[in-house]
Ligand binder design. Structure first.
Ligand code: UD1
Ligand code: CA
Length: 459
């Protein structure tokens, strides 16, 4: 059966009160429409269609050529039947059309498959329903005495009796295309909102004597949609719980899942232990046996096996095996830190390479530099990489020792095994194996205080 998926995303999304299009709000790091697209795309025999209107540029910029677009013209009125009418030409040669709503990100791919299979097996229309108590303000499923679906009544149009119905419409449908197209023009807008409701198609199918199947979802929470910011937070919490379950099933220890935030895209190897307050974002990959102690933000970073990170921020960077980071380190983009390194407290690293075994233990800034292996940077070393206009790179060779409170003024090269005395401001290259002292010599004047006092110049 030739199938086409149509995702509706042309509504105003007024209840969000946000300049960002509703379906582009993210759930665990991904715009909600991406989840919908992932769920329906495998069932579509052609590029999925997305209906757009308001702020369509935002959706086009995000989805690009992954989908084909249907434009809902505001002059044609509003309501969920309108974008389907607008899609007539693009769906006409299909046998069935799978309709998904861009604001229903939690619906499982399996549920779309289920409604599709029902049509494949002879139904003219299949839809997903959910029994919800308390019941949200969704369309209510009205069933006949024999249990068959009679139609859907929107919350605002319900009689007090109908409002008591706990079975709601999840807006997941599969229709025989020809039949759907034949009833669309019969849908009017004489209802509480003055809109053309796709839900009215169900009663029309029933009136024509066509077979409609209402399939009750096993897990009703997947049918929670997003209409406002409170719904978004609730949906995100559900998605987060799914992500956590996936990782825990895979051998990842989450000390307090309720206070752990992992994007859908993050990969975590078994044996990793994640303490509360950690946010793992984007294309992050956490290696086996890594420990993320409390309050780490790791974004688009790779953390090698058995590394330990505490209360630190790591952005677009790599951390090698068995390296320790933090507490309170800030690893900025494009940094590559080797294995067995120690990156200690209040250390900032930016756009730098740090070789294996190198220690940067405290209060140090390494920016735009290439450091070899087994180097020791003392406390308070600063790579002076910026002259107010341009940035320059510096290098430090293997086994070098940089004393406390040194400034390395870039561009400068420190050779392997070199020693830089504490408090030096290094402006010229230092050859391998040399000692560099770049500070004024200490001078001591014995008895100076007593003499000053005698002269009455000191208290
Ligand atoms: C809709 C259903 C309701 C169901 C609920 C489940 C209708 C009339 N109502 O209500 O039965 O219980 O979903 O979440 O279908 N859209 C357009 N063009 C429009 C209007 C809406 O493309 O003119 C799109 C929106 O962008 C959105 C989706 O359709 O993605 C749903 O619209 P929305 O207004 O949120 O419908 P609900 O009130 O949630
Ligand atoms: Ca909705």
């Amino acid at each position: 059966m030739k199938t086409v998926a149509l995702i509706l995303a042309a509504g105003k999304g007024e209840r969000m009160r946000s300049p960002l299009h509703k379906v582009l709000h993210s759930l665990c790091g991904r715009p909600m429409i991406d989840y919908v697209l992932d769920a329906v795309a495998p069932l579509s025999n052609q590029k999925p269609l997305v209906a757009v209107s308001f702020e369509k540029e935002q959706i086009l910029a995000h989805l690009g050529s992954r989908v084909d677009y249907i434009y809902q013209n505001p002059q044609d009125g509003w309501g969920t039947a309108v974008p389907v009418k607008a899609a007539k030409a693009q769906i006409a040669d299909s046998d069935c059309v799978l309709i998904a709503f861009g604001d229903m990100p939690l619906v499982y791919a399996q549920s779309y498959q289920t409604v599709f299979s029902a049509v494949e097996n002879g139904a003219d229309c299949a839809l997903l329903t959910a029994v919800m108590d308390p019941t949200p303000k969704y369309g209510r499923i009205v069933r006949k005495a024999d249990g068959r679906v009679a139609g859907i009544v929107e919350d605002k149009d319900c009689t007090p009796e109908q409002l008591k119905i706990k079975e709601v419409n999840a807006s997941v449908y599969c229709f025989k295309t020809e039949k759907l197209l034949s009833v669309l023009d019969e849908i009017g807008n004489s209802n509480a909102k003055g809109e053309y409701y796709l839900t009215d198609a169900i009663a029309l199918f029933v009136q024509h004597g066509w077979r409609v199947e209402g399939i009750v979802a096993q897990e009703p929470s997947q049918c929670q949609g997003v209409n406002d910011m409170a719904d978004l937070a609730a949906a995100e919490a559900l998605m987060r719980a799914r992500i956590h379950a996936r990782h825990m099933k895979n051998g990842v220890r989450l000390i307090a899942p309720e206070n752990t935030y992992i994007d859908d895209s993050v990969q975590i190897a078994p044996g990793a232990v994640i303490y509360p307050g950690c946010c793992l974002e984007g294309a992050t990959v956490i290696g086996q046996d890594v420990t993320l102690l409390p309050n780490c933000r790791v974004s688009n970073a790779q953390i090698g096996r058995a590394a330990r990170v505490e209360s630190s921020v790591i952005l677009d960077s790599q951390i090698g095996e068995e390296t320790t980071v933090g507490p309170n380190a800030y690893i900025r983009p494009n940094s590559r830190i080797g294995a067995h390194c120690r990156i200690g407290d209040f250390v900032e690293i930016k756009n730098a390479v740090i070789g294996d075994g190198t220690k940067v233990s405290h209060l140090t800034y390494v920016g735009d530099a290439d450091l070899g292996r087994d180097i020791n940077l003392g406390c308070g070393v600063v790579f002076v990489n910026y002259d107010g206009k341009n940035k320059y790179r510096s290098t430090v060779g293997d086994h070098a020792f940089i004393g406390c409170n040194c400034n390395l003024v870039a561009p400068v090269q420190i050779g392997a095994d070199a020693y830089i005395a504490a408090g030096s401001t290094v402006t010229q290259d230092v050859e391998s194996g040399a000692l560099c002292i770049a500070r004024s010599r200490q001078s001591v004047k014995p008895g100076w205080v007593a003499k000053r006092r005698e002269k009455g110049l000191l208290k």
